[in-house]
Ligand binder design. Structure first.
Ligand SMILES: [Zn+2]
Length: 254
């Protein structure tokens, strides 16, 4: 998971600022009339323009696991604060959800179906439950989510990698919860990261542990490492957070 810097200050798609806002206003009126269930319109928050803009800003990667979402597997438009209901722990669904943010640009991300539908679902825990905004009159800025926000937080402050396996950085509670509840440590994902990690690590160890390599061979290997290092700092690179973590721990200093 990396910070989606492209989304900071990005223009809100017209469908959200127009139709989305008026439907959200209608939900607020429904709430005042006692509703806790709402008929959300996926044609608005999941509109082609919204999805395409998110794909562009996120370089086609899932906001959580950083896998490139290929055209043959559908990605979801994910609500950071769940729209219909929320869950703090393992209890039943609490309603209403964050209905007033169903069409809010800051609350929307592009996400693979596994992260979204098998793991995150309606989960949205706070460090202090009493600070939860339970309707549109209450202030979400008072909340202290235990879930990393892909724009407002820098996920790399909260999650590090041991090889290809994620773990909380500096005992971050946000890191721990996000890893567990988006399945960042799932086997199939670790296997995919491992392929990248193993190739990189082999070359690194080759140079590090065999300083007497022929100079030409050594320089070629360093050039490959420099390319990995460059790619690690491009947001479009798959599993960039793992690569950045590798180079924090293993600088190219030889
Ligand atoms: Zn994912």
């Amino acid at each position: 998971m990396i910070q989606i810097r492209n989304k900071i200050g990005s223009a809100v798609p017209d469908i959200l600022s127009g139709k989305g806002r008026s439907v959200a206003d209608a939900h607020k009126v429904e709430y005042e009339n006692g509703a806790i269930d709402f008929k959300f319109d996926p044609k608005i928050y999941g509109n082609k323009n919204v999805k395409e803009k998110l794909i562009e800003l996120q370089n086609g990667k899932c906001c959580f696991c950083e896998s490139v979402i290929h055209a043959n597997s559908y990605g979801d438009v994910e609500h950071y604060r769940p729209k219909a209901a929320w869950v703090q722990g393992n209890e039943a669904l609490n309603k209403p959800g964050y209905y007033w943010l169903a069409y809010d640009w800051d609350n929307l991300f592009y996400c693979c179906q596994i992260c979204n539908e098998q793991f995150k679902k309606n989960y949205f825990p706070l460090a202090t439950e009493s600070n939860r905004a339970k309707n549109h009159h209450e202030d979400i800025s008072k909340e202290d989510p235990l879930f990393i926000h892909p724009v407002n937080d820098n996920p790399e402050d909260h999650i590090e990698f041991i090889g290809d396996v994620p773990r909380p950085r500096n005992s971050s509670a946000k890191g721990k919860v996000t890893i567990e509840r988006t399945g960042l440590n799932r086997d199939k994902l670790n296997d995919k990261r491992k392929r990248t990690f193993t190739a990189l690590n082999h070359i690194y160890q080759l140079v590090k542990n065999h300083p007497d390599n022929p100079p030409e061979l050594k320089q070629n290997a360093i050039n490959v490492l420099l390319e990995y290092h460059f790619n690690a700092h491009q947001d479009e690179t798959e599993y960039a957070s793992m690569l950045r973590c590798f180079f924090r721990k293993n600088p190219i200093d030889f």
